[in-house]
Design a protein around this ligand. Structure first.
Ligand SMILES: Nc1ncnc2c1ncn2[C@@H]1O[C@H](COP(=O)(O)OP(=O)(O)OP(=O)(O)O)[C@@H](O)[C@H]1O
Ligand SMILES: [Mg+2]
Length: 329
């Protein structure tokens, strides 16, 4: 086989391929490898292979490692082998997407097992609680209208109601109902969610600003579920901002989805907890349950949407992606 045919074959391989001589001096790299490393052929030929593989040693075998590629450090799978003349042949494959999917599966698994557990416990608590409430109410009926002991019973009922609310969150988390999909306008969903949080924002002197940039904001979704997600994100934003801050809500058209962005001027989410905030029961707030975002994430996945975020110490933007309504012809 002549050399040009050989190079044509290497070029056709979808993985990155790098060839180096026995001393590790690079003699060739196919287009995929050049794309992966974000370098031109002229700039790579003659360079030391070890430099590109660092911190991996130049030793035969198959490995996964984090290498510095064009967009920062990314996971790659590398196969290093020696040809019969002791030259090096390297296969390099960017596996960022595989890693992302693996993490996603782990997250879903974790949610599913916790879901089963909480549903079981919540169920066992709910029934005796209902019994306690009816007994207290019966007792209330026995007391005279002006009996001062009523206040004790009211306190018990108040605490029972609080526990019931907590249990409802567990149920929402463990077993969300089936979505009821319909065509609706995202603007109505946002307005509906804002109604529930306006008074909290007002109490904290926070400006809630809206801007609707999408001309078409029709989506196909379960509006109550999206509204529930937005309320969670609005409340988090209000809590992060504290007093006298600002929360912006924007609606944009992204092609396949309508994006609702919730932009706050709060304290941001520190790097070391960013990967945990969607985990159930992860919270940094003394009175938080850590269920808001995990329920929201779960609901959006059920609706074939998504949640993304960007954060810095100047604030955080949560983006909720809601699949658009498209008319099929
Ligand atoms: N906009 C935000 N700015 C800064 N931190 C945030 C923001 N949103 C969420 N977080 C962080 O993510 C954590 C998890 O949020 P999540 O809504 O799941 O739970 P929570 O608000 O703590 O409790 P819950 O919503 O169950 O009452 C919060 O405790 C907070 O540390
Ligand atoms: Mg929350």
């Amino acid at each position: 086989m002549d050399e040009s045919r050989f190079l044509e074959i290497l070029e056709a391989i979808p993985d990155g391929v790098i060839l180096a001589d026995r001393n590790g001096k690079i003699v060739y790299a196919n287009t995929s490898a050049l794309g992966c490393l974000d370098i031109g052929l002229d700039a790579i030929v003659g360079r030391d292979l070890k430099r590109f593989l660092s911190p991996l040693p130049l030793v035969e075998g198959k490995r996964e490692a984090m290498l510095r590629l064009k967009e920062g450090r990314r996971p790659v799978r590398i196969i290093l082998s020696r040809l019969s003349n002791m030259d090096w042949m390297v296969f390099i494959d960017d596996i960022t997407e595989i890693h992302r999917l693996q993490n996603e599966i782990l997250k879903i698994d974790k949610l599913a097992s916790l879901g089963g557990l909480t549903a079981g416990i919540a169920h066992e608590i709910r029934n005796p609680l209902a019994g306690i409430k009816t007994t207290v109410q019966a007792l209330e009926g026995e007391l005279g209208r002006h009996d001062t002991r009523r206040v004790y019973l009211e306190r018990i009922v108040h605490e029972i109601n609080r526990l019931n609310k907590l249990l409802q969150s567990f149920f929402d988390f463990a077993k969300p109902r089936n979505p009821e999909m319909r065509v609706c306008d995202v603007r109505d969903i946002v307005e509906n969610a804002l109604v529930s949080v306006r008074s909290i924002a007002k109490q904290n002197h926070i400006d809630l600003m809206q801007s609707y940039l999408a001309s078409n904001s029709m989506v196909y979704t379960d509006p109550d579920m999206v509204s529930q997600v937005l309320v969670n994100i609005f409340i988090n934003a209000i809590q992060a901002v504290g007093h006298n801050g600002r929360v912006d809500v924007r609606i944009e058209d992204e092609g396949k989805s309508i994006i609702i962005s919730v932009i706050d001027t709060g304290h941001g989410i520190p790097e070391n907890i960013r990967s945990k905030i969607f985990d159930p029961f992860f919270t940094t707030r003394p009175d938080g349950m850590g269920l808001g975002l995990s329920i929201s994430y779960r609901l959006m996945r059920m609706l074939r949407g998504d949640i993304g975020l960007e954060t810095s110490d100047a604030g955080t933007t949560f983006r909720v992606f809601v699949p658009k309504y498209t008319v099929s012809i």
